[in-house]
Design a protein around this ligand. Structure first.
Ligand code: ATP
Ligand code: 5RP
Length: 370
């Protein structure tokens, strides 16, 4: 079992309070909403994009950062499900595409912006985590174009061959998720994000998850997994981990019996949390509020008891969190806080998306000025 923590940035003015047997209140406010670009060059490109734009407004862009094997795919499946669909690779496209598309969301993997293929990295003695192995200019241009409603031809990094494949067409979705190693590394890309998440998985937990997957599914030896984690560590510490300072939500998983959820944004009510008899406890830090959950759910349907003690979790009906968790009982982390907090963050992203759409609908004239 692992400690799981969720932080939300103080810039969101988050609130979190608990005074069990009353309710835990989880609040996220949107960071910023860009209605339209005032940049004339971009505006021209955007005007030709009206045809390809999947929504009547700008694409909402979500960033999900984590090291390899830290649960990004699992989180993405939960998030897509919250929007009511299942994500699939592009139809008729490259079978090794890393992209996943559903009715509402398109998830692109930032590995596709590797500028050096596997051989190139080896020859240059750099890892994929090193910014020099990635094309941030192209990443920025393409994410910006999609956000402005313009379809792009995005490269594909083929994890099977280790080569860069011919590009694939990405049309602007309602929600674009950019997931991978560096969604918050480059300030230009970071500034395009409407919401960002960092999956902060401790080395011990990462190791356990990777062993189970890479030995069982990918035929790697224990020694090679250990060696790979060790070899990546300096670059992970230098380039990946620092991104959590920019994240609106951080889900932290530590190797103890405790599951923990932390939210940035201080709230006096948090101090009452330690009285909670139901397991979750809250502590406060510097502009950080923390919700912790201990142990695992032996019976998933009993999660409704925990859910009944939470408020403002952006559900559309009573029991929605429990329903989502039951729906995906086979996903990793479904019997502990990792799955629970991923689901709650997914619901918050849906809420944010609906807020953004509603705020744009109120100002249609302004939105078309660009
Ligand atoms: N909450 C969890 N609890 C236990 N195991 C988990 C959890 N989340 C993910 N895992 C395990 O960790 C491994 C990696 O998960 P996943 O494929 O979702 O990560 P990823 O970040 O998308 O990986 P990659 O970038 O390497 O494709 C899988 O074997 C999965 O079963
Ligand atoms: O960190 C990674 C993905 O998040 C990979 O290591 C990186 O993309 C290189 O891929 P491969 O090992 O298949 O060449």
């Amino acid at each position: 079992m692992a400690v799981c923590t969720v932080y939300t940035a103080h810039s969101l003015n988050s609130t979190c309070s608990i005074s069990t047997p009353t309710k835990t209140h989880l609040g996220f406010n949107q960071k910023h909403v860009v209605l339209y670009s005032t940049n004339k060059k971009t505006a021209r490109r955007a005007s030709s994009a009206v045809i390809t734009c999947a929504t009547d407004t700008q694409t909402v862009v979500i960033g999900l950062a984590a090291d390899s094997g830290c649960g990004k795919s699992t989180f993405m499946r939960r998030l897509t499900s919250v929007f009511g669909g299942a994500a699939e690779p592009p139809r008729g496209g490259n079978p090794d595409s890393n992209t996943l598309i559903s009715d509402t969301t398109t998830v692109i993997c930032l590995d596709d912006y590797h500028s050096l293929d596997r051989t190139g990295r080896k020859e240059n003695g750099v890892t994929a985590l090193d910014p020099r192995a990635n094309d941030f200019d192209l990443m920025y241009e393409q994410v910006k174009a999609i956000k402005d409603g313009v379809a792009v031809e995005k490269p594909i990094y083929n994890h099977v061959t280790g080569l860069l494949d011919p590009p694939e067409l990405i049309k602007p979705p309602k929600i674009l998720v950019i997931e991978g190693l560096h969604p918050m590394y480059d300030q230009r890309v970071r500034d395009l994000l409407d919401f960002s998440i960092y999956l902060d998985i401790s080395n011990e937990v990462k190791f356990a998850w990777k062993i189970q997957r890479d030995m069982a599914e990918r035929g790697h030896s224990l020694e090679s997994i250990k060696a790979s984690i060790e070899a990546r560590k300096p670059d992970f510490d230098a380039y990946i981990d620092p991104q959590k300072q920019y994240a609106d939500a951080v889900i932290e998983v530590l190797p103890t019996q405790l599951i923990q959820m932390t939210m940035r944004g201080s709230s006096p009510a948090l101090t009452q949390a330690s009285n909670s008899p139901m397991g979750p406890t809250l502590t406060t830090g510097h502009e950080v509020s923390v919700l912790e959950m201990d142990g695992q759910f032996d019976r998933l349907d009993e999660l409704i008891y925990v859910e009944s003690h939470l408020s403002n979790i952006s559900t559309k009906f009573y029991g929605e969190v429990t329903q989502q968790m039951l729906k995906h009982a086979d996903f990793p982390g479904s019997n502990n806080g990792t799955g629970l907090f991923q689901t709650i963050v997914g619901l918050k992203i849906r809420d944010l998306f609906e807020q953004i759409v509603a705020s744009r609908a109120k100002t249609p004239l302004e939105a078309t000025k660009a």
